[in-house]
Design a protein around this ligand. Sequence first.
Ligand code: GSH
Length: 207
Amino acid sequence: MKLYYAPGACSLGIHVLLEEIGKPYEGVVVNLRQGEQFQSDFTAVNPKSKVPTLERDDGSVLTEFPAIAYWLARSNPDAHLLPEDIEGQTRALEALDYAVATIHMQGASRLFRPSNFTPNTADEDAVKGRGREIFEKGLGVLDKALAGKEYVAGAFSIADAAVFYVEFWAANPLKLTLLPNCAAHYQRMMARPAVRRTVRAEGLAVA
Ligand SMILES: N[C@@H](CCC(=O)N[C@@H](CS)C(=O)NCC(=O)O)C(=O)O
């Protein structure tokens, strides 16, 4: 397999899952700042111009964090990346979707790329402000969901990989103080050998 990723981007979560699984894969860095996602070498693989992108051993390509995470979990049952029971699976998907579709796509995207949300430079601070509100509210919801739990759906699952990358953004580039349950979850994640290997492989400086 080949994982196309950008250091510190949302692909961090899929990178963690690949390390948890432990099968061989190649990491390919896509430099988003230099616009490599729009160059033909990459768009030939993923015309959406986004990471994470996973090229499987048969050459087929998967995009979208939830789909990649779900496929990795279902095709590697020994890694126990999804709960066995339907309630646990549903809760894992619920948190995964919230982290990716709301906290990331609606909150962080406004904060990091305000120009994608308005044609007027003068409005960008307002866009960022709304992004911060969505991002912080989202982390508040996750903090409540994590009360009394080590991981989002009980045992470690694909949901934790998604929650981890938004916590990572909060703690690092955004320098926010995580609420207590998220802070404990973030530290628990950082203590996992697979997460340590991923952070090292991506060359990330962490708080
Ligand atoms: N919906 C996609 C979102 C992926 C995404 O937004 N990735 C960002 C990095 S965190 C990206 O590749 N951005 C490049 C760009 O927007 O130019 C998913 O779930 O994988």
